[in-house]
Design a protein around this ligand. Structure first.
Ligand SMILES: [Zn+2]
Length: 148
């Protein structure tokens, strides 16, 4: 058996080698698997990762991307039933600068319900949808950016 090393520091990758994480698999296919994180934002916070130790989404093969998103569909259906979830944050951090802490691609699925208290600093809406917080870019500027 070969040991998968983190591409960053030469340390064994925790998603590939830690028995307690590997034993958490709740759903999988030939190329990807899903497991709950031990530091959930809301109960049932699930991570989906490729079985191969690929660092980022850009490193995944088309088949691995399909395998990951097949599991997204299935996990969402499970979370709807188990937690009566009616919303989901499906996100990944692409690279260290974007907040990726484990150098093995993983997509987060965070189940959401009306009135949940699971945000605690993790709310994409606070960054992305604050209408009025920023000056809007004019259509002219956007068109110029598209040309560059
Ligand atoms: Zn790994």
């Amino acid at each position: 058996m070969s040991i998968t090393l983190s591409q960053e520091k030469g340390k064994p990758c925790i998603y590939c080698t830690l028995p307690e994480i590997l034993s958490r698999e709740i759903l999988g296919n030939s190329l990807a698997w899903a497991f709950p994180t031990n530091i959930p934002i809301t109960p049932g916070h699930i991570l989906i990762a490729p079985r191969r130790c690929a660092r980022t989404f850009l490193d995944l093969t088309p088949a691995e991307r399909t395998a990951v998103f097949d599991l997204v569909d299935k996990i969402i259906e499970v979370l709807k039933k188990v937690y009566s979830a009616n919303g989901f944050n499906c996100v990944w951090n692409e690279g260290k600068l974007a907040g990726q802490s484990v150098s093995h691609f993983h997509l987060h699925i965070i189940q959401r319900k009306e009135g949940d208290t699971g945000l605690l600093g993790y709310d994409p809406r606070s960054m992305l949808y604050c209408t009025g917080d920023r000056e809007p870019t004019s259509e002219e500027e956007l068109q110029e950016e598209l040309v560059d």
